[in-house]
Design a protein around this ligand. Structure first.
Ligand code: PMP
Length: 405
């Protein structure tokens, strides 16, 4: 198999539009990716043909909708290489998945227990752990990041100890593009007796994930970055771990028996899916996963790398651009500062050329501080971007520079 980005982008209706009279060049997929027809049609098709509430129904539509919802769980199981659908919990996204683990697993923690994070974490993988620091006196330790944006493995290992209970680290950085050596991270954490949660929000989009081969305990991701809808994501958890966790939220569907005196809980994954779930969004996510998995994912990854390489080649070492994150083998994310310019101004001028990039702290303030920056601009590439767009971006950057030089 191979991959044709021009054919793939025709599946994304929005990419045909213009911005400020210019063809849209969408380089903000790390924040949220655009949606292919397969997703749009799966969701509208469900609303038009097979929609009702899930699980509690006897009637045909309820059963059909439940089947569609559970089929989406099977798609996510395949995406992550999990052994059982019961290890896949639908959540609102990465943020909720991490909050679920911090909240439920956190109930077993005591003052002085340690959580190891890294300096390159998104706030979604920092703040829920801070809650435990504030509430329980849990200690947070941050593994250092090297100047080129790698996780400092020695520094990480030095933080592991007898009180380490959890290592929670991003699989791929949303700012630096760094892909962390997760197999080593996991093996070291397990040797220290700690569990591992990987924030897969970025990595799952660009690489093949196999939670069983990794032996990871928890894996979190969001649908909307994976060409699916917002409002849905998933948490993978090893069966025996999920079974040991108390519920996260209470309500319908997550119970065994409820009486006036007592409650019992359903088994995972339903124990963690209180209330009516995001049904249409699950259907959309299932469609996104199926669509993505039908592609040659290695060829897609090679294409995305080629886009990043092309931008670097076109900029040809321009000394007015400072890139943060140059780790070997990194993913297709280009975070930079332009000499003399604020990142927001850079993003605004690029928008006039029809180019969408993000500017700010990227919800990673500790990382920004690590690099002595208050913000950066970020171009993030997806499978539907083309080499021509990479060229246009580099050219627009050169023009943008004239406003500040
Ligand atoms: N982690 C990483 C690495 C991310 O890139 C993001 C989204 N920017 C998140 C977590 C949070 O994802 P969400 O907002 O979809 O919950």
């Amino acid at each position: 198999m191979s991959f044709d980005p021009h054919a793939a982008r025709r599946e994304f209706p929005i990419l045909g539009r213009q911005v400020h009279g210019k063809p849209l060049i969408y380089l903000d997929s790390a924040a949220s990716a655009q949606k292919p027809r397969a997703v749009i049609e799966a969701m509208s098709g469900a609303m038009e043909h097979a929609y009702a509430n899930v699980h509690r129904g006897i009637h045909t539509l309820a059963n059909e909708t439940t089947e569609a919802y559970e089929r989406a769980r099977e798609s996510v199981r395949r995406l992550l290489g999990a052994g059982s659908v019961n290890e896949i919990v639908f959540t609102k996204g990465t943020t909720e998945a991490i909050n679920l683990v911090a909240s439920s697993f956190g109930q077993s923690l005591k003052a002085g227990d340690e959580i190891v994070l890294s300096q390159m974490e998104h706030h979604a993988n920092i703040v829920p752990w801070h809650f435990l620091r504030e509430r329980l006196g849990v200690v947070l330790r941050f593994a250092p990041v090297t100047d080129d944006g790698r996780l400092d493995l020695e520094g990480y290992r030095a933080l592991l100890g007898p009180r380490t209970r959890m290592v929670a680290i991003s699989h791929m950085s949303n700012v630096l593009g760094t892909i962390n050596p997760v197999a080593e991270i996991i093996a070291d954490a397990h040797a220290a007796g700690a569990l591992v949660l990987l924030d897969g929000a970025q990595a799952v989009v660009h690489s093949r994930v196999d939670v069983r081969a990794l032996d990871v305990d928890f894996y979190a991701f969001s649908g909307h970055k994976l060409y699916g809808p917002t409002g849905i994501g998933a948490l993978y958890g090893k069966a025996e771990l999920l079974a040991s966790l108390p519920p996260y939220q209470g309500g319908g569907e997550m119970i065994g028996i409820v009486s006036e005196e007592q409650i019992t809980y359903a088994d995972p994954p339903h124990r963690f899916e209180a209330g009516t779930p995001p049904i249409l969004e699950a259907v959309g996510l299932g469609a996104a996963v199926d669509w993505l998995m039908a592609l040659d994912r290695d060829a897609v990854a090679a294409h995305e790398h080629a886009l990043y390489d092309r931008v670097k080649e076109r900029l040809n070492g321009a000394n007015w651009i400072t890139e943060i994150g140059t780790a070997p083998g990194k993913g297709a994310i280009f975070s930079f500062a332009m000499e003399g310019a604020h990142a927001h101004d850079v993003a605004q001028i690029l928008d006039r050329y029809g180019i969408a990039v993000r500017a700010g702290t990227h919800c990673a303030e500790p990382l920004m501080r690590r690099f002595g920056m208050t913000s950066s601009a970020r171009a993030s590439f997806a499978l539907y971007n083309t080499l021509e767009e990479a060229d246009a971006f580099a050219e627009a950057l050169t023009k943008t520079r004239t406003f500040f030089a």
